[in-house]
Every structure is written in C-alpha cells, then in structure tokens.
Design a protein around this ligand. Sequence first.
Ligand code: GDP
Ligand code: MG
Length: 598
Amino acid sequence: EHQKYIRNFSIVAHIDHGKSTLADRILEMTDTVAKRDMQNQLLDDMDLERERGITIKLNAVELKYHSKDGHDYEFHLIDTPGHVDFSYEVSRSLAACEGAILVVDAAQGVEAQTLANVYLAIDDDLEIVPVINKIDLPSAQPDMVKKEVEDVIGLDADDAVLASAKKGIGIEELLEKIVHEVPAPQGNVEDPLKALVFDSVYDDYRGVVLSVRLYDGTVEPGDKIRLMNSGSEYEVTEVGVNSPHPVKRDYLMSGDVGYITASIKDITQTRVGDTITKVDNPAEKALPGYREMEPMVYSGLYPTDNAKFGDLREALEKLKLNDAALEFEPESSQALGFGFRCGFLGLLHMDVVQERLEREFNLDLITTAPSVTYHVETTDDGVKDVENPSEMPDASEIKSVEEPFVKATVMVPNDYVGPVMELCQDRRGQFDTMEYIDDYRVNVVYYIPLSEIIFDFFDKLKSATRGYASLDYEISDYKPSDLVKIDILLNGEKVDALSFISHRSFAASRGRVIVTKLKDIIPRQNFEIPVQAAIGAKVIARTNIKAYRKDVTAHLYGGDRTRRMKLLEKQKEGKKRMKSVGKVEIPQAAFMAVLQTD
Ligand code: GDP
Ligand code: MG
C-alpha cells in the first residue's frame, strides 16, 4: 500500500539540455525547498559543480507531490550527470529507478549522449517520459524534435511534455505524467531486506553514509546488517532521506530511496553495487550490482610536498567511496618522488578528481600527462601492460605494441561531414560507416586510437563544426601501431614524468611543439636550460630557456620593505604546484603540455 504512492525516477539528457534546471523547478513546485532557500541548480551542491555549471555526481532527493487524483505521492528524484565521463553515475542511478525523464533541448534536438543515456534506461526496462525543454527559445523547434525522438530513438513522442524549465512551463503536466506513467515499486515489505547501495560518501562524524534503494523488506536503527558481497557486518545507527538535506526517519521500507549509516569506519569494506541484507533474516541472493568500469586513461598524481604521500593515500581511499570509477596504485618517479598511478574514465574525470582532492582534502598536487594502456610484446616473448610512458621498454626490446581503439560516433549536421572526416583522418581514424539519421543529420562512425581522442580531439571537433557536433565513444579493441616513446630532457637530464608515447609519423612535429611549449611554461632560472626531445639517444627537437638577467628583488634590497615582501609572497604563490627536478622548477602546466598538438 505504501509503495503504491512512491515514484522513483531519474532525469537523463545530453549535457546542457536542462536537467538540473528542471530538477530545480520540480523541487520548487513540490515545495521541497522554501522559495527563500532556492538557488539555481540546487542539486549541484559541490562547489566544483556550481562553478563549472555541470553535474558531476548523481544526487537523490525525496519530494512530496499532491496529485490531481487527490493522493499524496512520494517522489524520489535522482539527478544525473550528462558528460560521457560520468555515464557510470548515470547507470547506477537508473538501477534505483522505475522511470526516467528524458530531457531533449528543443533547439538542439537529440545528441550523442541523449542516445547513450536513453539506451541505458531502455536496457534497464525503465518507463521513459520524454520532455522537450527550452520551448521558450526563439530557435526552438519542438515538432521537429518530437519527430527526431520518434525516428532516432524510436520512442512515441506524440504527447511528450513541452516544457521550459527556465520559465516554469509544463512542470505540472510532467509531475502528473510521473504519477500516471512511471510504475510504482513492486517489492515486498514482508520479504528479507534487500537494499542496493548506489552511492556512498565518507563523513568524518558518521562514518560511511550509504545511499540505498530498498527493493524488499525494511530497515531501522539497531538492525544488524550485512553487505552481501564484502561479508562485513554492522549495526545501523541512523536511516533517513535527503529532502534535499538529510532528514532522519524511524525506518525505511521497500520502494524507498534513502541513506543508512552504521558507524562504518573501514572504508574498504563498502562498495557501491553491493546488496545490504539483515544478519538474522538474510536474503538468499544479492542484487545484480554493477558492471566494473575499466579506466580509459591513467595519470600520475604526486603531492608537491613529498611528506604528504600518506595524506594523499587516505584522501584517495575516501574519494573512491564517492567515486567508484576511480582506481589507484602507488608508483614512484625519479623526478616526482612517491605518488599514485590513477585510472580515470576520461579527462574531465581526471580533472575533477584532482580538483576534489585539492579542495576537499587540502592537498597540492602535480598531475602527469594522461596516458592509455599499451600492450607491449617484448623480444624475449614477454607481454606487458604499460600504463606509464616512462615504463615503455627500449625500442630494441620491443617486438610489437598495440594500443586501444575506440568506436567513435559523431553526430553532426550534414554540412559539416567534410571537416569531421578530415579531423578523424588526421587522428589516424579508420572510417567505419556513415548513416543519415534524419533529413539533415548524420552519424559518422570511425575507429580512432583512444590516445588521439584524449589529446584535444573534442575541442577540435567542436571548432571544426561550430559547436554542432556531439561525440560518444566506447572502447572497441587493441590494434598494433607503430609507436615510439619520446623522452624530454631538461638541462641534459631525462625527466621521466614528461615522457610520452606518439605515433612515429607524428613524433618529430609533436617533439617540436612540446619543447617550444616547455620553453614558454618553465620559468627562467639564473642559468640557461637546454630543453630536448629525444627518441632513445637521438635528439629530435631542442631549444633553450634563457637565463634571467638579475634577481628581481636585488634592486629593492634596503629599499621599500613592504614592496619587497609582497614580491616574495607573490613568488611563493607561484611556487605552489611546482616541483623541483634537479635544479629546475617545473610548474604543473608543463606536465599537461603534451596534451596540445599545435
Ligand atoms: P544540465 O547540464 O542538463 O543539467 O543543464 P542545466 O540545467 O545546467 O542547464 C544548462 C543551461 O540551459 C543553463 O544555462 C540553463 O539556464 C539553461 N536552460 C535550462 N532550461 C532552460 C529553458 O527551459 N529555457 C532556456 N532558455 N534555457 C534553459
Ligand atoms: Mg546538470
């Protein structure tokens, strides 16, 4: 009976189509948040999300809705990220729901992640409620977009909700649709507890806070629970819901989405995807859980202060609770000391992890250039996975190297097919298919080395198509390539953390670009610094960083003291996120220089 009035749903869309704004309106319409507390993109509660205007984490809230049918409903809304790097968050949210609201921008139409995300929802058998958003825009073409939803996705969009999240149009209609079209949860309160952990976060006071969806049974404080996969057992200290701030409850029951705390301090024992049951009346089988994510790119993370290695380990472990796709293991570098090789789902993910570590855990970090994993066959018939370019064996020891390729789907108006193909070809892409999805848009599919995608590909794609192209990709397989390792030498010393892998045909040009970039990025010192790029012993590009002429503070000695202090302060600031390698100070930007190709 309780479940009859519950609706669990997610909002999915391509990035920027208005998910978070729509969630705001829904929170307002249901009086979940008082008007005076309302702020834009309320569910994007991380500082980082607000600054960048993107959703990084899934977010679950409970809201009450009084429907026109006279009943009060309990909605659990899960807002999700749209960027391809975070599709893992999307699939986890969907597993906790019966329905998905599909938001499509009325001016942009269906885009690559609209498709990718809606397919995830279809795979999970969710009821999909299409919403055409931003109908207030002069460039909105709701009828055309409706047709696109039908033709491209194959969903009946006849009575799709026409909405403007910005102006608050269509929101009530949508809420009614959720009541009538999204199925109520089907669990059984009498059955043994089965709750899916779909997210978790570490709280200094309460320990691990588990976000859960209850499928069967009930849970309340004092219950002894077991995480079925890890086998660990705890006593529940608190249960509740987010509304959007945590609100304690006496119990949670089947159909509910909420949180559980159990004074869990050992963070290695809780994994998202695990199933919670009770110790004295356990469920027989765990819920299916999630597919393990394979990292796409790796990079090294090093504390600028070597003494912070332990702090970084602790921070990574805590962050992993809240970011299940993050992987890490210790590594060391001659240049940078002790750090971790971390695996990410993409560059945005990498960027976000670094920023969260710095902000939430107060660390100063150096990130090395991202690299993919290469399969290397050596002359002694060994095979090894190389995730760190500096570990690539010498050319004389290599029999063959394989690199990961992705199947990249670029959705683009037909006017821009030429530039897209040119770009893909430039990046060693192998043409697969080209298909019209409607009268004016085309899906262009290429197999492209992943390493070429992580270098500025997306930026180049956007500028080649005036922003009209959208991209989705998935790992396909490994293929042999003619690859070489390029080392960078500063002041005659090889800096292992700057080594990178390149296709042989690009080696000379990328070597030149890099040394020029480094020359601009690395601050002058009081001696001249030669910068060289080399393959083995052969130098392929070189330049010099000139010595500066005199100490910037020298002429101020004995002079204006405050001015001198200020200058020294400033220099100190500039030293943050720098690493001394030999006698040379290298700023963070130098490690990313290899990401730019021109
Ligand atoms: P998300 O990435 O899908 O979460 O998208 P956001 O909710 O962050 O919205 C992206 C941008 O579109 C923001 O600048 C919003 O103000 C804007 N936006 C969202 N909904 C509407 C709408 O209905 N009309 C107009 N004109 N702009 C909107
Ligand atoms: Mg958002």
